[in-house]
Design a binder for this molecule. Structure first.
Ligand code: WQD
Length: 344
């Protein structure tokens, strides 16, 4: 009997790639999503990759009666991976109440039901954004959490505190917080990838759309930072590598390998890459030019942040293996597929 894993936000970018890896690892993922920022077509893509169509239930995690009914219907849900949340930094500044309600009420609902129905492992999708501008890079899990620069980032910090307090008080499940750095790329089959709504806020989708000619020019937000080439530095991690880390985290809890109720792991490559370096790498590996210009800094941008990943390497037995070049190639091949399908 395959262990059932509830994947909230499972039709999203990281969620869908994680569903694939859960199936590959012999789990039975059940996708829950309200499709507010994704499409059910993603399920077709997952089925094309693994040959198995995951169960999909369209519902909002803020809808407690519907969520409870799902737990009742499914019976023994061994683990939950909680991706479902609003995640646009800029939008969160304009609509803070939507972000606090959506991101926190959904979490509280999930936590209550896991406790009530005997779930054993809880993986929470957190973000390096909790570190703000680190004092030292690479930033370790013991670095101080800094005041959030946006309501979105604050919901991640508050969520971590809620999970921590519940773990200390004693709940029936173990929790692992995964702090992602910058997830990029697409599945090598190009059957799933990042589907941004409207004008992309994040660098890679905007870059590939510019390379495709959909956008006229990529604006590089500042080259006057205290970095080697003046542009911001981030830790760009391949989305498939990131997805595999979720399976490792789940395994650790379901096999009772940790005797602590809560653990935190950075998920990155351990290497910082600047915006200009990334553009140059993309052009090298694809042979496609990316028209770009330097403009002013973007409000709220961190100057440089990349992760220390020793803990995940040693404790989870996980390491990011895809190169930046191959990852950028996968993003480009995904963009070409979207064009081929007339979606972009
Ligand atoms: C990366 C770098 C920009 C666009 C945010 C959230 C984080 C996570 C990922 C959800 C920065 C530069 C970008 C552009 C540019 N979100 N850039 N021109 O801001 O590091 O992280 O998205 O989980 O929590 O904080 O990602 O891709 O927006 O920016 O120069 O058109 O690219 O200045 O240095 P960011 P990003």
């Amino acid at each position: 009997m395959k262990k059932k894993i509830l994947v909230t936000g499972g039709t999203g970018f990281i969620g869908s790639h994680t569903v694939v890896e859960l199936q590959n690892a012999g789990f039975e993922p059940i996708i829950v999503d309200n499709l507010s920022n994704s499409s059910a077509d993603v399920i077709d893509g997952i089925e094309k990759i693994t040959g198995v169509r995951p169960k999909f239930v369209e519902l909002d995690c803020n809808d407690m009666p519907a969520l409870r009914a799902l737990f009742l219907e499914e019976g023994n849900i061994a683990g939950v991976i909680h991706f479902a949340a609003s995640k646009a930094v800029g939008e969160s500044v304009e609509k803070p109440m939507l972000y606090y309600r959506n991101n926190l009420v959904s979490l509280l609902n999930i936590m209550d039901l896991m406790n009530e129905f005997g779930t054993k492992g809880f993986v929470f999708s957190s973000s390096c954004t909790v570190y703000g501008e680190p004092d030292v890079n690479p930033v370790t899990e013991s670095a101080p959490v800094k005041p959030a620069l946006s309501p979105y980032g604050n919901t991640k910090q508050i969520a971590e505190e809620i999970i921590r307090d519940a773990s200390v008080a004693g709940v029936g499940y173990k929790s692992i917080l995964l702090r992602y750095f910058n997830p990029i790329g697409a599945h090598p089959t190009t059957f799933i990838g990042e589907l941004p709504n409207g004008v992309p806020q994040n660098l890679i989708p905007y870059l590939t759309q510019t390379a495709m000619g959909i956008r006229k020019e990529l604006s590089v937000f500042g080259d006057d930072y205290n970095t080697p080439d003046g542009s911001c530095i981030r830790d760009y991690i391949n989305v498939v590598d990131l997805a595999k880390a979720h399976v490792k985290a789940l395994d650790r809890m379901l096999k009772d390998e940790s005797d602590v109720a809560l653990e935190v792991f950075n998920l990155g490559t351990g290497r910082g890459v600047s915006v200009l370096e990334l553009i140059n790498t993309f052009e090298q590996v694809t042979g496609v030019k990316v028209p770009h210009k330097i403009v002013g800094r973007r409000a709220g941008d961190i100057e440089k942040v990349w992760g220390s990943v020793e803990k995940a390497n040693e404790v989870l037995g996980w390491k990011a293996v895809e190169t930046l070049g191959d990852t950028l190639k996968s993003a480009w091949e995904w963009q070409l597929k979207l064009r081929e399908k007339g979606l972009m």
